[in-house]
Design a protein around this ligand. Structure first.
Ligand code: CAA
Length: 242
């Protein structure tokens, strides 16, 4: 039990990598608070896992974050871990990308991370410990066709991780990012099959990742085993970016 009695907030915890991370953290002894806009899947996670609480939170809405955090804090004396996992794609080439697609991705994937971290970090600083983990992506490291908005958001998240590691490290709070490769979730389901085949061919481990591959990376980085790891971005991509 590597997260015994820890309280973790996982944004986007109702589905995909977030749901796998929720399940992994509960198994390791954590209490998980899911911040998500998907009420139905969030409630299903509550029913499926004993130690999960769903709160309807839109990461772009700072008042919804503040309210949820206040309610969570009334029940939990500490917030030990924040995983900024919520994210979307709205893929299009530069020439075809419409402004709402740019704005939605930047708002959720980049500003949403800022909003949640800014709300939770003071709690962690006050208690003198905590872990913030951000969802980056391999495409934030090497770019990707058709993803101006998403790549900008994920490269931004990698930068924020380095800034916050410097600002919060001295206060006992570690900040790291995970850069997933292509993981078999609904998000990757939108990619044309020929592109998927090309990705598989370029991946030395010759498969897409599973959500649990990323959940295990979050588990390691959230645990005390990673006590001296701060400001890094851990690629979990089967060697795609070697
Ligand atoms: N590299 C080079 N050329 C490519 C390409 C690629 N990856 N993908 C498409 N092209 C080429 C096409 O072959 C086509 O060429 P021609 O005009 O000569 O025929 C041209 O670019 C236009 O491509 P499309 O017909 O696909 O253009 P579109 O406007 O219909 O669609 C797109 C563009 C939406 C970006 C679509 O190509 C697409 O969905 N690509 C996949 C994007 C992707 O990889 N998204 C990752 C989602 S998962 C994720 O983001 C999680 C994570 O963290 C990794």
């Amino acid at each position: 039990m590597r997260l015994q009695n820890k309280t973790a907030i996982i944004t986007g915890g109702a589905a995909g990598i977030g749901a796998a991370t929720t399940a992994t953290f509960v198994r390791e002894g954590a209490h998980v608070i899911i911040w998500d806009v998907d009420e139905q899947r969030g409630r299903e996670m509550e029913e499926k896992h004993g130690n999960v609480q769903f709160q309807h939170v839109d990461v772009t809405d700072r008042s919804s974050i503040a309210q949820a955090l206040a309610a969570a804090r009334a029940q939990h004396p500490r917030i030990d871990i924040l995983i900024n996992n919520a994210g979307i794609t709205r893929d299009a080439t530069l020439v075809k990308m419409e402004e709402p697609a740019w704005d939605a991705v930047i708002d959720i994937n980049l500003k949403g991370v800022f909003n949640c971290a800014q709300a939770v970090a003071p709690e962690m600083v006050a208690q003198g410990s905590g872990v913030i983990l951000n969802a980056a992506s391999v495409v934030g490291l090497y770019g990707n066709f058709g993803q101006s908005n998403y790549v900008a958001s994920k490269a931004g998240v990698i930068g924020l991780t380095k800034v916050w590691a410097r600002e919060l490290g001295p206060k006992g709070v570690r900040v790291n990012a995970v850069a997933p490769g292509f993981i078999a979730t609904d998000m990757v389901g939108t990619i044309p099959e020929k592109v998927i085949a090309a990705i598989r061919a370029k991946t030395p481990l010759a498969r897409l990742g599973e959500a649990r591959d990323i959940a295990n990376a979050y588990l390691f980085l959230a645990s005390d085993e990673a006590a001296f790891i701060n400001g890094t971005t851990l690629s979990v991509d089967g060697g795609l970016v070697a």
